[in-house]
Design a protein around this ligand. Structure first.
Ligand SMILES: [Fe+2]
Length: 246
């Protein structure tokens, strides 16, 4: 099945140096990202043309909102990769999850039922709006259990924007900050973009993810690539480079 080109292809491999996207809502119909196979394939086609050759799909797992399980994720991954394995034979798609740090996540941690990005790296997020003061304790619990937290989009936590001490406190832990490419491209607004640039400038970035939910956001990926801060990352060792060959 061929899908129509949704974004213009200028032939540039704008994400080639990255090679791997480790945060993407690309599995069909199981969270607020791709709603069906066509949505998924549009995202994958854009990424493939941009030079991405490995994707770690990270659907939300959040109590009350996105109660995904290993099973639901595996089913959606199977449905998608049946097609992509044929259409893009040199593209690898793996699955993991983006965990919201809540009681349900703690119960999964206790049971050892966690889908890591790879090895012991686990993608975890907290509230964009509210400063949930227990978040650092959940990170510490993860570390105690042998996981390496990959903190999703710290630049997007509005509740932290006027609390630099929250960034300091979390950065001191054995974690990795994962910045969204979409933030660097201005997708969420100037404050998120500024915070992303500040974290890059401080050298506090350990991983890059797109966090793409829909193809309409791809214009911000293109804008991000034109941002000098994105360019400045080309000599920085990121988790993306470590995992791209795994
Ligand atoms: Fe996400």
């Amino acid at each position: 099945m061929m899908i129509p080109a949704i974004i213009d292809s200028d032939g540039s491999q704008i994400l080639q140096t990255l090679g791997l996207d480790l945060h993407m809502h690309v599995l069909p119909g199981i969270d607020d990202g791709a709603q069906n196979l066509n949505d998924s394939l549009a995202l994958i086609d854009a990424h493939y043309r941009a030079g991405i050759r490995k994707i770690i799909a990270t659907p939300h797992i959040r109590m009350d909102f996105f109660v995904n399980t290993r099973d639901s994720i595996y089913q959606a991954w199977t449905e998608l990769t049946k097609i992509t394995n044929e259409q893009y034979p040199d593209l690898t798609i793996q699955y993991a999850a983006e965990y919201f740090a809540d009681d349900y996540f703690l119960s999964l941690l206790d049971k050892g039922e966690i889908l890591p990005l790879a090895e012991n790296y686990v993608l975890v997020e907290t509230s964009l709006r509210h400063d949930l003061v227990y978040f650092p304790d959940i990170l510490k619990e993860m570390i105690l259990k042998g996981y390496k937290p990959v903190v999703a989009h710290p630049e997007r936590y509005r509740a932290w924007h006027d609390k630099p001490e929250r960034y300091d406190e979390i950065h001191e832990l054995d974690i990795i900050f994962q910045i969204n490419i979409l933030s660097i491209g201005g997708a969420y607004g100037p404050t998120e973009q500024f915070m992303a640039e500040k974290l890059i400038q401080q050298g506090w970035i350990g991983a890059l993810g797109s966090d793409l939910h829909r193809i309409g956001q791809y214009k911000y990926i293109k804008q991000a690539v034109e941002n000098p801060y994105f360019e400045s990352l080309k000599d920085i060792k990121l988790l993306n480079h470590t995992l791209r060959t795994d």
